[in-house]
Design a protein around this ligand. Sequence first.
Ligand SMILES: Nc1ncnc2c1ncn2[C@@H]1O[C@H](COP(=O)(O)OP(=O)(O)O)[C@@H](O)[C@H]1O
Ligand SMILES: [Mg+2]
Length: 261
Amino acid sequence: MRSPDAGAAGANNMSQTHNAVELRKVLRRFGDRKVLNQIDLTLRASEFVAVLGPSGTGKTTLLRILSGLDQADGGSVRLAASRSVVFQEPRLVPAKKVWENVVLGESSREAQAAALRALEEVGLTKLSHAWPKTLSGGEAQRVALARALVHEPKLLLLDEPFASLDALTRIRMHELVQQLWARHQPAVVLVTHDVDEAILLADRVLVLSNGQIALDVQVNLPKPRRKTHPEFDRLRTQLLLQLGVTVPREEALAGELAEAA
Ligand SMILES: Nc1ncnc2c1ncn2[C@@H]1O[C@H](COP(=O)(O)OP(=O)(O)O)[C@@H](O)[C@H]1O
Ligand SMILES: [Mg+2]
């Protein structure tokens, strides 16, 4: 029997509701494999959600459906009308200056002013006329963030945006993303493989596994978050267990130290 939802998988824009995302029984298959299998997911406006899961588990596939870049094979998809994506690589056009990369395809005075405002927000005013090849990895990723922000998205999708940055730059980017989120209040979906990053930034963490949402937990921790908080530790252990990591790092380390003593 044909599912009543089949064929209705093209993304419908939402204007009437306060939710940023409504997925119902979303299916995405590649060949015989159901990479997303009956995903139900509702995100409220301004909700900050992190998505964890082993490599190849469908995180990017989910994000592409949330962006509207890809279509589901079944189920229904409703999304906030304005959406932006930041990928792991900044994807800047080398032949365009930084500000031109922020407003690709536009060169009017208004577009330039909007680009400069967005660059100011990410702390790159001084580099607005630089060429992409002269930027550090962190700076290039800030340009990608500015490009995402310039359209004032209601849904901001981040696909492992900090994965290739060094630890210090990553901490600065965490602070920046928190500031931008507080100021603009988009709903955010952050795909990451870093459990601590998920708990530091998100109000809700999902774990994807075998095409389904295996865990969906709220993060009820005050901000700014401290990794030393007992609840942080409890959540980290819960998420690592779900990800198949049975011995949390600190415990393993404590064990090694005890053995060495
Ligand atoms: N366009 C595609 N064609 C065929 N297989 C794909 C395509 N995109 C993704 N896949 C497969 O779907 C699975 C999930 O991929 P992906 O969503 O990129 O995983 P993740 O981001 O969690 O690492 C992988 O096995 C991948 O090879
Ligand atoms: Mg991916």
